[in-house]
Design a binder for this molecule. Structure first.
Ligand SMILES: NC(=O)C1=CN([C@@H]2O[C@H](COP(=O)(O)OP(=O)(O)OC[C@H]3O[C@@H](n4cnc5c(N)ncnc54)[C@H](OP(=O)(O)O)[C@@H]3O)[C@@H](O)[C@H]2O)C=CC1
Ligand SMILES: CC(=O)N[C@@H](CCC(=O)OP(=O)(O)O)C(=O)O
Length: 346
């Protein structure tokens, strides 16, 4: 059994890791770490876990964690992760970090988008970007994983086949993405309370959202060109889900069927990717509660433009599910273990 600790277990992403691991046959949760709920049972904080996981929350004590765990998930705010991870890494632990702190190949890019220097650039060098479908072989040989963001997983997976095939104009990519409110985490903030969000729809951080840099990093690697793109996030009144509509101008005349063939080939061995047949498109309901990505494509022949629709559950494929997928990879066990449940349609 892999002995696992979850730091930030009381947050929305952390508690999804806890929930998924309670049904994982090869992992045993030994520590649930919190800052506000030390001494309280995790099942008192989230009562759906009563009788399933009744561990008490402990404080963040590196020696205690290193002495009891083989692997930790750090589901902490960015900034907090880069403070604690160097000492955990030094102790030899395997680490899957759900924050933005270890997702970058270049600390200068991190500083530009996160507004402060990376305090552990040497440790950053040891990390790998944990988008399993794109970096599987590298992930298997590392023990520090920068688990991708929710918007980024959805957007990169939606555009990766086009970037890799080099059949799009890389200067004009546009991603219009929508998130459910759990994407903002559990701590209450005025713009995210029910009456502010319900029956409304808003764009935010237009042209400045930090996920832009993560998407650019990965699509640039795939295409072999420096990509700069437009990314506009929106908040929608649903609990879970990311829905990205991506617009890409094709550099040669292609039909929807031809573009879909490229997607089917690119993802042909991927258990968690569903490419929709021509004429159908994914919806949040098709992926919510699951580790699946749904991708559909329509080519607009008047503009020779591919419109790609990509959907995930932000807390699962966009966070905890992908983190467990990464754990499985770095621990050398079957990648889909504990992740094969269908989602919740209703
Ligand atoms: N929500 C989502 O859809 C996604 C989130 N992420 C990332 O996952 C991470 C967690 O996000 P999320 O679960 O949404 O956030 P939440 O606000 O819901 O949870 C944050 C967690 O971190 C703990 N925490 C907060 N500040 C500190 C600190 N300074 N030191 C130690 N622990 C701290 C909190 O502890 P306590 O409750 O005890 O106060 C809580 O357990 C973030 O980096 C986020 O960007 C990534 C992808 C998707
Ligand atoms: C709806 C909402 O507020 N979403 C968050 C994304 C949170 C997240 O996933 O952050 P990381 O992936 O960078 O860890 C935001 O836009 O900041």
């Amino acid at each position: 059994m892999i002995k696992v600790g979850i730091l930030g277990a009381t947050g929305y992403a952390g508690i999804e890791v806890v929930r998924l691991l309670t049904a994982h046959p090869e992992a045993e949760i030994v520590r649930v770490v919190s800052q506000s709920f030390v001494g309280q049972k995790i099942s008192d904080v989230y009562q759906n876990l009563k009788g399933i996981c009744d561990l008490c929350c402990t404080a963040l004590d590196v020696d205690d964690i290193a002495g009891s765990c083989d692997l930790v998930f750090t589901a902490l705010p960015h900034g907090a992760s880069k403070t604690v991870i160097p000492s955990l890494y030094e102790k030899g632990l395997k680490i899957v970090d759900l924050s933005g702190d270890f997702r970058y190949n270049d600390p200068v890019v991190y500083e530009k988008w996160y507004g402060e220097p990376h305090s552990a650039p040497e440790v950053l060098k040891e990390s790998v970007y944990g988008l399993c479908e794109i970096h599987r072989d590298e992930i298997k040989t590392h023990r520090l994983i920068g688990n991708p963001g929710c918007y980024t997983t959805c957007s990169i997976m939606g555009l990766a086949p086009l970037a890799a095939a080099k059949i799009v104009d890389t200067k004009n990519l546009i991603i219009d993405a929508k998130s459910g409110v759990t994407g903002a985490g559990r701590s209450a903030s005025l713009p995210n309370i029910f009456c502010e969000v319900n029956e409304s729809l808003k764009a935010y951080k237009v042209a400045t959202h930090r996920h832009t840099s993560e998407i650019e990093q990965e699509l640039s690697i795939l295409s072999g060109e420096d990509i700069v793109l437009s990314f506009t996030p929106h908040l929608v009144p649903m609990q879970r889900g990311i829905f990205a509509t991506c617009y890409a101008n094709l550099t040669k005349k292609m039909t929807t069927g031809e573009v879909l063939d490229i997607y089917k080939e690119f993802y042909k061995s991927e258990e968690f990717v569903r490419i929709y047949d021509e004429g159908s498109l994914p919806e949040i309901k098709h992926v919510a509660g699951s580790n699946y990505v749904g991708i559909g494509v329509v080519v607009d022949p008047r503009l020779n433009r591919a419109v790609v629709v990509s959907c995930i559950d932000n807390l699962i494929k966009g966070a905890a599910g992908q983190a467990v997928q990464n754990m499985n990879l770095i621990c050398g066990i079957d990648e889909g273990t504990g992740l094969r449940a269908a989602g919740m349609y209703l």
